[in-house]
Design a protein around this ligand. Structure first.
Ligand code: ZN
Length: 375
């Protein structure tokens, strides 16, 4: 009897091992195949002096549609784009969606890493487009509504084993040679004021103190206001600080061009909380920012602008509801999903497919950082 039980148990264990091994083996094979997708876009051509990438953290296609229901018309982010499609966001995670650190790294370096890693994989730094732009003599800037310690801005301006290693993130940002950092989290950065100034940045917390003549700028505000009617100089809007940053970088770079990343951070956070009204206010602020940036880019000329997202958050469902019908229950999850996210390009580029890998957005930025008109 005992022998029989032993045989059955052994058989069960072997079966379980085979099934698990098969499932994980299959997952592993599908991941390594996905990681082999080429990022090259061989038909890109032409030159741009400046490159601006905007990221709506957590913005899936339904976040846009719900926002447009409130806005009463299509977003300018959509209508002004000359090319549009969707981007795949997966990281190296075998199961489950990407986090913002891995997706920022993909968008900034063109390399897929594990969730949590910040422009670094298994302890090795990965060169970001920001670093390439600095090498090329371009001016550079990083802006984030939540503050530049967040995983998304960090993926463009820092290197760290983990997004929570905030000291490593700040230390690497301070020696990054990036000309401008701006965002929220004043309370956090006030404690590091001396250190930030020691690294050569002019530290300011009110737009009245934005100094166009400063060599490097570090702005940290109490909060980034979503409603332009309520914004004042120490709680400005994302659109406002982005416009000032672009003017500063354009002036500073002369003919060398600049590379700027702008993140609206709270579409994600509000979606984690399944807070529809909160999400919508940030969705509208993101559209306002993209619109203002495209206005300025058209005025300056020679500027490539791309707007996208890093992943979808909240599994938001939208089935044509009117503005008054939108509610928190339309979120079906409290975390990120694998849904593709929209991308919008405000120029006509050759050979960009409708469905992109997010690393190909990094490829496009890199291509135009490398291909600029002679200064
Ligand atoms: Zn998130």
């Amino acid at each position: 009897m005992k022998k029989k039980i032993l045989i059955v148990v052994t058989a069960l264990v072997v079966c379980a091992a085979l099934v698990t091994g098969g499932v994980f083996g299959g997952l592993y094979a599908s991941l390594s195949n996905r990681l082999k997708i080429s990022n090259e876009l061989t038909e890109l051509s032409g030159e741009y002096e400046n490159v601006i990438l905007l990221i709506g953290d957590g913005m899936g296609p339904n976040h846009m549609k719900a926002g447009e229901a409130v806005y009463g018309r299509d977003f300018e982010m959509r209508t002004r784009a000359l090319m549009t499609g969707e981007a795949m966001t997966f990281s190296r995670a075998l199961v489950g969606p990407t986090d913002s650190a891995a997706s920022a790294t993909a968008l900034s370096t063109g390399v897929k890493v594990d969730n949590g890693e910040v422009a670094r994989h298994k302890g090795e730094n990965i060169k970001s487009n920001m670093e390439l732009a600095i090498e090329k003599g371009m001016s550079t800037g990083v802006i984030a509504a939540e503050g530049v310690k967040g995983a998304t801005p960090a993926g463009f301006s820092a290197h760290a084993n983990d997004r929570n290693d905030l000291d490593d993130i700040l230390e690497t940002q301070l020696v990054s040679k990036i000309d401008l950092f701006m965002g929220g989290a004043k309370e956090y950065y006030d404690e590091y004021k001396a250190k930030i100034e020691g690294a050569g940045y002019k530290y300011f917390t009110d737009m009245k103190d934005f100094d166009n003549s400063a060599d490097k700028l570090w702005g940290a505000f109490e909060t980034i206001e979503t409603d332009s009617a309520k914004a004042v100089s120490d709680t400005p809007t994302l659109a406002e600080i982005s416009v000032e940053a672009i003017k500063y970088l354009d002036e500073k770079s002369g003919d060398n061009g600049f590379f700027l990343m702008i993140e609206e951070s709270y579409i994600d956070k509000m979606s984690h909380n399944n807070d529809m009204d909160g999400m919508l206010s940030h969705m509208l602020a993101y559209n306002e920012t993209v619109n203002a940036v495209v206005d300025l880019a058209e005025e300056m000329g020679d500027t490539l602008v791309i707007a996208t997202a890093d992943h979808e958050t909240g599994g938001l469902q939208y089935n044509g509801e009117a503005a008054s019908e939108l509610n928190d229950k339309m979120f079906t999850k409290e975390h990120h999903t694998k849904a593709n996210v929209p991308y919008f390009i405000y120029s006509k580029l050759d050979g960009v497919p409708e469905t992109l890998n997010n690393t190909q957005i990094a490829y496009i930025c890199r291509y135009y950082i490398n291909n600029r008109p002679a200064a």
